[in-house]
Ligand binder design. Structure first.
Ligand SMILES: NC(=O)c1ccc[n+]([C@@H]2O[C@H](COP(=O)([O-])OP(=O)(O)OC[C@H]3O[C@@H](n4cnc5c(N)ncnc54)[C@H](O)[C@@H]3O)[C@@H](O)[C@H]2O)c1
Length: 386
């Protein structure tokens, strides 16, 4: 069994280390901040102990998992690792420097992976002499719990690297989807309207946060409403992802960030972690009551879901991923109640086109343009699934 190296012992690095060690690998995890290493060690121990308490893990097993993880101050000890996953700060210059240095230590055949959420994998790979062995392996947070992993080969990545990476990650009990090296890959691209369209509905004064969240959970079946979810993720973090995707798509109005969220982030109303976001998380403060009008709720659901469907269809149109992988990514990566393309079939492609065209006619904004794929499918009377 190969040894696995992990650079960065923050939330993602620690989670990935737990997953790899649980699968039986010897794991070397390093961080340039000694305090982060101690924190990671303590956190892992606590998580494993909790799993034992809950009866999900035998005590001996937990000890063996922990015993397989080696906490290191540098990656000198990574020489004989078969796979090294980088999960450091989201900064292109620093990531490139780390990979260039790492290449002097590891074997030329060692697979090098980046867990980047938003940077170009091709750009990171360009720092390597053997760029063919670099690939994007994008875990979701928390890595031990989230089933999905996006696999993102760069244009330099060899087929062998892609195949071997997928095999390793699947042997860890994960579901993998293949995504093109484009901004947001699958999930962080397709999910944008969940937040963006909800914010837009609020900004137009159509409904308040609580009513939009109520409609999306109670009528559409999402586990969390968009505002509760943004508060959970953190408005600073969620805003930056939207802004990065928007800028990376050359300011495509489909991904335009909202002032409402920007102001919240600027004010420090970050959500749960700061005690105040769209909602207050102070003790004793009751949640606002939603307007439970069926008509309003259904209109909200139709508008947000059809925008999500359009985004998913467009991801297929631009060959970002297969139909199955797009649906799997959204159901397993962000727990959507249904695959968006299956949802499109259920609503009827012609109906979806009709809804999008109505929005476009109303606003005359490029944001509401219907994907050419949906339009063609409506014309040809085809479906995503036979
Ligand atoms: N947090 C998420 O939800 C999430 C999800 C998927 C992917 N990601 C991506 O994973 C990566 C890590 O994110 P995170 O949330 O774990 O960040 P984090 O801030 O929790 O952890 C990053 C760690 O990297 C360390 N580090 C920074 N520079 C380093 C260097 N040169 N060498 C060694 N260690 C270094 C830091 O000390 C820190 O402990 C980022 O690229 C991020 O975009 C994050």
């Amino acid at each position: 069994m190969i040894k696995v190296g992990i650079i960065g012992s923050g939330s993602m690095g620690s989670g990935i280390a737990q997953v790899a060690a649980t699968a039986g690998h010897e794991v070397y995890i390093c961080d340039n901040n000694p305090e982060a290493l101690i924190k990671s060690r303590d956190k892992l121990l606590k998580i494993l102990n909790r799993l034992v308490e809950k009866g999900r893990l035998e005590d001996e097993e937990a000890k063996a998992i922990f015993g397989r993880i080696y906490f290191k101050k540098s990656y000198e000890s990574f020489a004989d690792c078969g796979l090294v996953i980088e999960a450091i700060i989201e900064n292109l210059t620093i990531k490139k420097k780390v990979f260039a240095e790492l290449e002097n230590i590891v074997d030329p055949k060692t697979i090098l992976a980046t867990n980047t959420s938003s940077l170009s994998v091709a750009s990171i790979a360009s720092a390597c002499k053997h760029a063919e062995r670099l690939i994007g392996i994008h875990f979701f947070n928390p890595a031990p719990l989230m089933k999905l992993v996006e696999i993102i080969p760069a244009i330099q990545t060899s087929e062998v690297t892609t195949k071997e990476s997928r095999n390793i990650i699947e042997s860890w009990g994960k579901l993998t989807v293949l995504a093109k090296d484009t901004p947001g890959f699958i999930v962080n691209r397709v999910a944008r309207p969940f937040y963006g369209e909800a914010l837009r509905i609020y900004e137009e004064g159509i409904a308040d946060f609580a009513s939009i969240d109520w409609a999306m959970t109670e009528i559409a079946g999402f586990r969390m409403g968009p505002f509760a979810l943004m508060d959970y993720i953190g408005n600073d973090v969620n805003y930056i992802v939207t802004e990065t995707v928007f800028k990376s798509f050359y300011n495509d109005p489909r991904y335009k960030p909202a002032f409402t969220q920007k102001r919240l982030a600027e004010a420090g109303f970050l959500g749960r972690k700061s005690g105040q976001g769209y909602y207050s998380y102070q003790e004793g403060i009751e949640k606002p009551m939603p307007n439970k009008s069926k008509e309003l709720g259904e209109a909200i659901v139709k508008r947000i879901v059809v925008m999500l469907i359009n985004e998913a269809a467009d991801a297929k149109f631009w060959q970002i991923a297969s139909i199955e992988d797009i649906d799997l990514a959204m159901t397993k990566g962000v727990n959507y109640p249904k695959g968006l393309l299956a949802w499109a079939d259920e609503w009827g492609i012609q109906n979806c086109v009709g809804m999008l065209d109505k929005l476009y006619d109303e606003y005359r904004e490029d944001r509401y343009r219907c994907s050419p794929l949906l339009r063609k499918m409506a014309r040809d009377k085809t479906k995503f699934y036979a």
